[in-house]
Design a protein around this ligand. Structure first.
Ligand SMILES: [Zn+2]
Length: 311
């Protein structure tokens, strides 16, 4: 698939205190690994998302809270929105540009009638709920992308597949209020944020949660992906495939407890590219979420994007 990296250098603006796992070195490691891939187009600096984009998912009060906290932060200091979600004076700019890159990726794959987009940006987004920042996430980038696709491009069926080791509670909120969204998540349980039980099935089954225990292997993950997720996506027949591409299920990750390797991410990319080919006119947009061991993050993202570009 023709593959474009949507690079948001504003990712560097979101500073965190020393020792925080979600630091800008993650962006640099991913960027360096992706730059070594042959054959990908790069789009830099798409610009910040606009208020109409944010307002399709987030409340005005939430947007105002994030912008105000960032505006109030003194240089070199932070304002805490939850115990592990901190904003500095330039964090809002980073999060707005991440969302802007995702919206640009949607517009590009729709305009070009297909292709894979990978949004290289931080902070991550999938824990951010309509009215709440949490879990390192300020704005829910993938939910903003999905609602943009549905409303601006008039799509009727969008699938969001969350492969981060944590449950995408914020993104699930979108499926719970919009039947045009199908949300599926493979995640470790028990683990933060504690949501994502199999019994959470959304609106008549448009949420598919596949929790698995700590120490899940790549083979076990692939088996669940192949036997449960792929058939579900074949039933949904999405017009657009979106991926919350967190890589913290990697064996080397200090936060997750699973045993995936970079070749598991390449395998997953081929499965998802197959769904995009069969149902979505090759339209697939991925957004970087977690992944906290920088070398493993870079290798995993490169394996995932490289497999998309070869699919
Ligand atoms: Zn995660």
């Amino acid at each position: 698939m023709k593959t474009t990296i949507f690079d948001s250098p504003a990712s560097r603006l979101h500073a965190v205190p020393a020792g925080h796992p979600e630091h800008s070195g993650r962006y640099e490691a991913t960027r360096a690994a992706l730059m070594a891939l042959p054959g990908c187009d790069w789009v830099e600096n798409s610009g910040p998302a606009g208020m109409p984009d944010l307002a399709r998912f987030h409340t005005a009060a939430h947007v105002d809270r994030v912008l105000s906290a960032s505006a109030e932060a003194e240089a070199g200091e932070w304002v805490a929105l939850d115990p592990d979600t901190l904003v500095c004076d330039r964090s809002a700019a980073a999060a707005l540009n991440a969302a802007g890159a995702a919206v640009a990726a949607i517009d590009r794959v729709m305009a070009e009638e297909g292709g894979a987009g990978f949004v290289l940006a931080r902070p991550p987004g999938h824990h951010a709920e309509p009215d709440r920042a949490m879990g390192f996430c300020l704005f829910n980038t993938i939910a903003i992308a999905a609602t943009h696709a549905l409303e601006v491009h008039d799509l009727k069926s969008v699938a969001i597949i969350d492969i981060d080791v944590h449950h995408g509670n914020g993104t699930q909120c979108l499926a719970e209020r919009d039947p045009h969204v199908f949300f599926a998540s493979l995640h470790q349980a028990p683990l933060y944020p504690g949501t994502g039980a199999e019994s959470e099935t959304g609106l008549g089954g448009n949420v598919l949660n596949m929790p698995m225990p700590a120490d899940t292997t790549g083979a076990q993950w692939r088996a669940r992906f192949e036997t449960q997720l792929v058939p579900a996506l074949q039933r949904v027949r999405p017009e657009l495939v979106l991926v919350s591409a967190g890589f913290d299920a990697h064996a080397d990750d200090p936060v997750g407890g699973w045993g995936l390797r970079s070749n598991d991410y390449a395998w997953a990319a081929r499965q998802l590219a197959g769904i995009a080919r069969d149902f979505a006119q090759y339209r697939l947009v991925s957004v970087l979420e977690g992944g906290y061991d920088c070398p493993a993050l870079g290798r995993s993202a490169a394996a995932f994007v490289g497999a998309l570009s070869e699919a």
